[in-house]
Design a protein around this ligand. Structure first.
Ligand code: HEC
Ligand code: HEC
Ligand code: HEC
Length: 448
């Protein structure tokens, strides 16, 4: 054999051994600790335990992912896009044939906190088990009592996933899980000073899985951080359906640095506060299904925890109160194309001073969604508009129209740049290429 052939044979042998070893590693069952039934008989749980589980399921927003559009609650079938294809959430009603009616407490726990289905398959991390790993044993028992006794069984077979072979093979996913979501680690509450801070940390990191959207991810898809010990935690997430999950740390421009605890509580209960509004469906759904139903004490705890986060790294945007733009517009100096477009399209609602308008129209000055380093959300909003969800605390569902039909890519870019660089806002410019990309997404959505 020539040396080259020998070399190829050795590489091939090493590759085969590597794949076999990886396969064996993936197939090794993950040992999980049985959590035991606890104080109550879970076959006949008390009404209090079922109610506690219902509340926890709201805080964890299980319904958001496990309900299809117009479908029955928890019956699954919601399609979620991933880079490798669409996956579908499962039926988690207690139906024995098609749902989780045959799941024991430990089967349920293995799925929710460890990411392992009853079949032994690893679940896609679209199910946020890396966050739920922090849920306590007691809360798991209450959740189980609720799903077995408080939820209506619905007969609806699971849809499976639209992922082509070989990416559909499950065992590499087990390696991902073992690497990036290795163990159930109860949160060490004693490291947080005071009851509210500890409760807030538990709700945000665990049940609320806020980091699943608000923490940036690595190229291998795991969140860069699971708690505040790393400044990447909640520092602004990936773009979801064209909306950027804003930085929730105390950065003074694109973060919540200038928000009060009450501002955060108002946003989580009413989707708006005195100067800002939630835009886009991902966060509107969180408020509508989950946070608006949470107790005042729990909302306060979340606000206390978020306000404890130090500013995240590398923020380029700045904000300093300024009346230069407002004065110029009032005096009729609209000499840039951006300023003209603003007056023609936006000022009727947002006014020339861009401050919040009677809690109806949010402020554009000093607004985190405007000042994010990445202008994606603002471009998407200008093209396609958005409407606030109706909440119990603020029932009117106000909307902003989209302007895709009357602004070219270049005009939208100039307008967005004007908004990001006026009234004291100092953020980077947007360009027509960015607008063109987002216009494609918006057009594709409109066709659906
Ligand atoms: C962000 C979306 C999301 C949220 C929130 C979510 N799930 Fe899931 N869940 C999924 C998806 C997607 C799957 C299917 C994953 C797969 O098949 O690989 C799943 C799977 C499951 C399974 C496994 C079912 C089976 O067939 O074995 C259980 C049990 C489950 N979820 C329970 C819950 C509970 C309880 C909550 C709330 C505490 C919850 N989920 C919240 C997306 C979510
Ligand atoms: C008919 C009134 C109306 C017009 C015209 C209008 N907006 Fe809005 N705008 C709203 C409402 C209502 C909201 C809140 C929507 C939501 O929260 O989903 C909003 C939200 C916003 C936000 C998000 C603020 C935040 O707190 O996140 C920005 C930025 C914005 N508008 C910019 C513009 C720009 C730029 C234009 C012109 C192209 C414009 N608006 C035109 C009513 C309007
Ligand atoms: C499904 C993804 C998702 C989850 C889960 C999520 N968020 Fe958001 N959130 C978003 C997106 C996207 C935005 C950007 C919307 C905007 O700019 O108004 C946002 C915006 C926000 C804002 C700013 C709203 C404003 O008016 O500008 C706050 C505060 C917030 N989220 C808090 C939370 C908290 C606390 C949690 C956990 C309980 C959470 N989010 C969970 C996606 C999510």
């Amino acid at each position: 054999m020539s040396n080259v052939k020998k070399g190829i044979a050795v590489v091939a042998a090493v590759a085969v051994v590597g794949v076999v070893a990886a396969f064996a590693y993936a197939k090794q069952a993950t040992a999980t600790k049985d959590i035991g039934p606890g104080a109550e008989n879970l076959a006949t749980p008390s009404a209090q335990l079922i109610e506690k589980g219902r509340y926890l399921a709201v805080a964890a927003d299980c319904v958001a992912c496990h309900t299809a559009p117009k479908g029955q609650p928890f019956a699954g079938g919601l399609s979620m896009a991933t880079p490798i294809g669409a996956i579908h959430s499962s039926n988690i009603t207690p139906d024995k044939a098609t749902g989780i009616g045959n799941y024991s407490l430990n089967d349920f726990d293995r799925a929710v906190r460890h990411g392992i289905a009853q079949s032994g398959d690893t679940l896609y991390p679209a199910m946020p088990y890396p966050s739920y790993a922090k849920v306590t044993d007691d809360d798991m028992r209450a959740l189980y009592a609720y799903f077995m006794h408080g939820v209506q069984p619905v007969s609806k077979p699971n849809l499976g996933h639209d992922i082509a072979w070989p990416l559909s093979i499950n065992w590499p996913l087990a390696i991902w899980r073992k690497t990036y979501a290795p163990a159930v680690e109860p949160l060490v509450l004693s490291k947080y000073q005071g009851e509210a801070l500890a409760r807030g940390a538990y709700l945000v990191q665990g049940l609320g899985h806020c980091g699943a959207c608000h923490t940036p991810r690595a190229s291998t898809m795991q969140e860069l951080a699971q708690d505040e010990s790393n400044p990447a935690y909640l520092s602004g997430g990936p773009v979801i359906d064209g909306w950027l999950a804003v930085n929730l740390r105390s950065n003074p421009a694109g973060g919540l640095g200038r928000w009060t605890e009450q501002d955060i509580i108002d946003t989580l209960s009413k989707a708006r506060n005195a100067h800002s509004a939630v835009i886009g469906t991902p966060m509107a759904d969180v408020v509508a299904h989950s946070t608006q139903e949470m107790s005042p004490e729990d909302l306060k705890a979340i606000a206390v925890y978020l306000k404890s986060l130090t500013p995240g790294p590398d923020e380029k945007a700045r904000y300093a109160v300024s009346d230069v733009t407002a004065k110029a517009l009032k005096a009729g100096h609209d000499d840039t194309r951006g300023a003209q477009l603003y007056l023609d399209n936006c000022a009727a609602c947002h006014r020339s001073d861009a401050t919040s308008n009677a809690k109806v129209f949010p402020a554009l000055a000093g607004n985190p969604s405007v000042l994010s380093d990445d202008p994606t959300s603002l471009i998407r909003l200008v093209l396609a508009g958005s409407s606030l969800p109706s909440t119990k605390g603020a029932p009117s569902a106000l909307g902003m129209p989209g302007f895709a039909w009357r602004l070219s890519d270049d005009e939208a870019a100039q307008l967005v740049t004007f908004v990001r660089q006026s009234w004291g806002n100092q953020a980077s410019a947007a360009d027509a290429g960015q607008v063109a990309k987002i216009r494609k997404l918006v057009d594709a959505e409109a066709k659906h």
